[in-house]
Write a protein that binds this ligand. Structure first.
Ligand SMILES: Cc1ncc(COP(=O)(O)O)c(C=O)c1O
Ligand SMILES: N[C@@H](CCCC[NH3+])C(=O)O
Length: 443
């Protein structure tokens, strides 16, 4: 409750409302952000990014475990983001030459980067090796062969892990499950593929086999899947120890920690996830009589998501008797495709009065030429008028990262805000940028 006796939106902290009653991010008024940088605008509260990172790290420190918290940068990659992670002494994982190049340009220490992907190209692997990437997570037999050729060609060596499919279907949207047996990622266990991969890697002196990786899915709300993955990884480590005399140094349980998008979501705290993982690994390792391995995690959404906001300006409106009105904003599926792609839900508030009581339920539509271009299917809001700014909450993961130029709409600017200061860290694209790669046809 606030002083007006209204129920606060749970995703907004009371200190985010300023004297004018406006929503603030990192101490800056969202209306000022919209006026200065334009809309649609992606805004990150940097203190919140740092705080999530530190919370994950602190539990490992308390448990005195060898660990890495590796930010899964597919959730949101930019030079500024990599620089913030570096300031937090964090690690990153990258899944493409583009993410790697951005990290390199940001000056990120690449020995703290892990390279993932189920079809890494020779060029990408070469880039990784020439920049002495910290770890390559090998996904398939083709990659073992390609990597071994490149290691010989470049006369170098690398640390590697093997990604396995743990056979765990996390309780999450089926589109974002990755740990089940029928997955395109990683080596299958039951068919013996993983054993074969281990033997190939161990036979190559240029590959230093460091550990086992599994990722069970995304937006997960329960610890049980992670405990299961931890047990499975330890059982693989035990099997490899007994069968091949190989001792696993690191278990990487991936990311997937769920966040609160709406009041229906009840995520666990970072501490609860890490605590459960650490306990499960320690218990399983001691039962298997194995030395305690290092534990790595790869949170993406839980680092970037809650810190991100999308600001939009309200434009047209369509009222249809018997249906929820369409309130159209100046962005849409080009800057956040998640509602259209996964029926993902968010909370949206009126930036100039986020505490105002709702008077209607609307559909928030985008401006893209597509009926499915909906940002919200049912959002309670106070009365709005063209020109009002809406703030969509918790948009920081897989929003800008999955943005497109559909309809040749420019992608928004990205602004980082901290301690009352705002800085544009990714410029807004312009209409002429839309044609910057185009060539006149002159055959
Ligand atoms: C290998 C791997 N690690 C980490 C992540 C990050 O997941 P999340 O953003 O759900 O934490 C993903 C994406 O799901 C992934 O595929
Ligand atoms: N893009 C998905 C998550 C993908 C996870 C990547 N492994 C989402 O928006 O929820």
């Amino acid at each position: 409750m606030n002083e007006r006796g209204l129920l606060m939106n749970e995703q907004i902290r009371p200190d985010q409302i300023n004297a004018a009653g406006h929503l603030t991010i990192g101490g800056v008024d969202t209306l000022e952000l919209a006026a200065e940088f334009g809309t649609p605008l992606v805004v990150y509260d940097v203190a919140q990014i740092r705080d999530q990172f530190r919370r994950f790290q602190a539990v490992f420190e308390q448990n005195q475990v060898d660990y890495e918290v590796s930010y899964a940068s597919k959730a949101f990659a930019s030079k500024a983001m990599y620089q913030v992670v570096a300031q937090e002494h964090g690690h990153i994982d990258v899944v493409s030459g583009g993410e790697m190049t951005t990290a390199i340009q940001a000056g990120f220490p690449m020995d703290k980067a892990t390279f993932h992907g189920n079809n890494k190209s020779a060029t990408e692997l070469r880039l990784a090796l020439t920049h002495h990437i910290g770890m390559i997570v090998i996904d398939n037999f083709h990659e073992i062969e390609l990597l071994s050729q490149l290691l010989t060609e470049l006369d170098t060596q690398t640390d590697v892990m093997l990604r396995i499919t743990p056979g765990i279907s996390a309780h999450t949207n089926e589109y974002i499950q990755t740990g089940q047996v029928d997955s395109k990622f990683g080596f299958d266990l039951d068919s013996g593929q993983a054993d074969q991969a281990l033997q190939q890697v161990l036979a190559n002196p240029r590959m230093h086999m460091r550990g086992i990786h599994a990722h069970i899915g995304s937006q997960i709300f329960e610890v049980v899947g992670f405990e299961g993955a931890a047990q499975k990884l330890v059982s693989v480590a035990k099997h490899w120890h007994d069968e091949f005399g190989y001792t696993t140094e690191i278990l990487n349980v991936g990311g997937g920690f769920g966040i609160k998008y709406t009041t229906d979501d009840h995520p666990l705290a970072p501490e609860a996830f890490v605590d459960a993982i650490v306990k499960a690994v320690k218990k399983a390792a001691s039962e298997a009589n194995l030395p305690e391995p290092g534990i790595w995690i790869e949170p993406g959404r839980s680092i970037a998501g809650p810190a991100g906001y999308n600001l939009y300006t309200v434009g047209s409106r369509k009222d249809i008797p018997g249906y929820l009105p369409f309130l159209t904003v100046d962005g849409g599926m080009g800057d956040n495709i998640r509602p259209a792609l996964y029926q993902a839900e968010y909370e949206t508030v009126l930036a100039n009065d986020p505490q105002a009581p709702a008077t209607e339920t609307v559909r928030i539509a985008g401006k893209y030429c597509e009926s499915g271009d909906i940002l919200s299917y049912h959002q309670a809001l106070p009365a709005t008028k063209p020109g009002d700014v809406l703030a969509m909450l918790d948009t920081g993961a897989y929003g800008y990262a999955m943005a497109s130029n559909y309809n040749r709409n420019p992608r928004p600017a990205v602004v980082f805000v901290e301690n009352g200061h705002a800085q544009e860290v990714v410029k807004r694209e312009t209409w002429s940028d839309m044609a910057r790669l185009d060539q006149d046809y002159n055959l």
